[in-house]
Design a protein around this ligand. Structure first.
Ligand code: SIN
Length: 270
């Protein structure tokens, strides 16, 4: 397997892997690259739904998203679909998948199925680079804080998602700076879609610092941009990165298949 970094802080393109016939050694290299780069993309794959599920199950138990429309033939796979008439897209804001759960998803595996003729890129930002880029004073303050994460934003009308009220759960609390469960690396862990407030702070008190952190965390130097091609499969670690789907292909459709894999409860970085 060869690795080509996509930017200084996050993302790598892997070559020399066939995801339909991944060996144990290939999987171990892929997993190491994921933890090193936060997001990896493998191109020119003909990933079958069965191989998509099998790949996810090598990482852990599949965490079927309770809000997304499942693929009819393979309900463990979620559809991320944009129809041509839609002007907004699923995931069109910076976020971390499933941070509203007590044990948030460890990784997401997204396979391109139908792509627009241009646009529809996905951006990724490194939450380790974002943390490292803060002042020592703010790092120390954030290490002492936890935040409330809620799936409440799915109650509002979110494009392409049919929210079933019974799917909502109580909010989850996570440290604002987590230790990556595999490597121990510090990661800033607040995001604009699901973080509501710092524990012990009101939403109004939290908003200015959260807004600062969201803008800081997604600076260009902490991020990369993934241009999808037919056959591209991307995997990202939701503890290491946030991501953003670009809604810049109005009038065209896009269909991706996503599987998320269960993670563990998150611990703070000290
Ligand atoms: C997502 O937020 O998981 C969707 C990303 C994308 O469609 O590019």
């Amino acid at each position: 397997m060869d690795i080509r970094k996509l930017s200084g802080a996050v993302g790598a393109e892997l070559t020399g892997l066939d995801l339909n016939a991944l060996t144990d050694a290939g999987f171990s290299d892929l997993k190491a690259a994921l933890f090193a780069h936060g997001m990896v993309v493998v191109r020119r794959q003909s990933l079958t739904p069965e191989a998509h599920i099998a790949l996810a199950e090598r990482f852990g138990k599949i965490d079927t998203n309770r809000f997304f429309t499942p693929v009819a033939t393979h309900p463990m796979i979620a559809e991320v679909r944009t129809s041509p008439e839609m002007t907004r897209v699923i995931g069109g804001t910076w976020h971390t998948d499933h941070s509203y759960d007590p044990a948030p998803a460890m990784c997401s595996i997204l396979a391109a199925r139908e792509l627009p003729p241009y646009g529809g890129d996905t951006l990724f930002a490194s939450m380790t680079a974002a943390y490292e880029g803060l002042s020592e004073g703010l790092k120390s303050t954030l290490r002492s804080l936890s935040a409330v994460h809620s799936d409440g934003s799915f109650a509002q009308s979110r494009v392409g998602i049919e929210a079933d009220a019974s799917a909502h759960r109580a909010p989850a609390l996570h440290p604002c700076v987590i230790a990556h469960p595999e490597t121990g690396a510090p990661c800033l862990y607040v995001n604009g879609d699901f973080t509501e407030n710092f524990v012990g702070w009101s939403a109004e008190e939290s908003a200015p610092l959260l807004s600062y952190l969201y803008a800081h965390a997604t600076r260009p130097e902490y991020s990369c941009r993934l241009r999808w091609e037919e056959g591209s499969v991307a995997i990202w670690d939701n503890r290491l990165v946030q991501h953003f789907a670009s809604a810049d292909y109005a009038g065209h459709g896009r269909l991706m298949h996503r599987i998320t894999v269960e993670g563990v409860a998150l611990e703070g970085f000290n």
